[in-house]
Design a protein around this ligand. Sequence first.
Ligand SMILES: [Zn+2]
Length: 392
Amino acid sequence: MVTVKSRILPGSARSAVIETLLELGPTSRSSLADLTKLSRAALTEISHDLIELGLLYEIPVVNNRQRKGRPSVLLAVNAEHGYFVGVNIACSPALMVLADLHGNVISQHEIVETRSPQSLATSIQSGIQRMLASKSFSRDQVLGIGLALSGFVDHVHGICIHSGALNWADVPIRELVIEATGIPTCIGNDANAVATGEKLFGQAREAKNFCLITLGTTIGCAHYVGGRLYAGSSGGAGEIGHITMDPDGQMCPCGKRGCLDTIAGAGAILSAARAHGLQAETVAAVEALATNGDQRAIAILRKAGQALGLAAASSIQINNPELLLFADTQDFCSGIYFTTIVRQTIENNILPRFLSSTRIHFHPVKQSFLACGAAAIAAHNFLIEQAASLIG
Ligand SMILES: [Zn+2]
């Protein structure tokens, strides 16, 4: 039978089944067939293969007594099939977690030494041993490691091309970690890790198209398009922090002037606060000063909020996301002044038709969430690769 459905490659079809189950949770075969556009026969065959492999399992569901027919069965990803390590190198100290396929944290560990790539790789190896020490499963069940770092990342080749925060350039960090641990490893930037976490077990589970902006020392961004993370042709999509907001502005570590990071990142806000003689060690402290009427703090946050709002408005108009999530890692949202400026600037600078179709949400994110997101990227890659590599 020649149909559109039968032209889907087997590996892609299996990956689609896994991705749909990761996204939606336990789902019936008939719903999966509809969602993946596979025939019922193909779906039955694929689910059989994936159950044999231990990637999926069946959950019997008691039928409504008034309904006749066979008992309903849901398919689900087997969370205990394996465990994944996520490492957030974007914070200090770096944080690593051991998580299952659903993002449940089994254990976590802090890494103090991250400056040298080699010492980081060695610390990850010893950290895994520590996290496994009190657990009932073995190292063989740790199937992958995901690293999230702040900077420009070539995720295909596993290279950190540049990270100002880590002072790294062209570091083959994936290979170093694989050499130290013997475990398959992938890398991504911190915004991609948060976005993956939001999609799989956070606030964007229902969203197909969303934009995530991370508020930290610098500003990061990631896009989900059609239910998938859009990384760009070389992994650099979402470099919102280096949008030029002021061509005559301050020098940015990237070599340009007036990037968004130099105005709206926590580093820039605190630097401006110091330059104006304010006693503030956190963005929350600047917010508190603004709330109390300090005109210098108000001016700093207004400038930062307007720059961020303009960049976010452009992102909305370029991608038309249903949801814009601000993931706050540094207490930007401790009060209402900064968020109000950002929200007002966005609303004043997008076309009216986007106003009602774009939900805008600010929320705090813990550093462990980034580590979980990194683990989720590793888990996702592993599952998709294993599903796609089945012969047939
Ligand atoms: Zn820049």
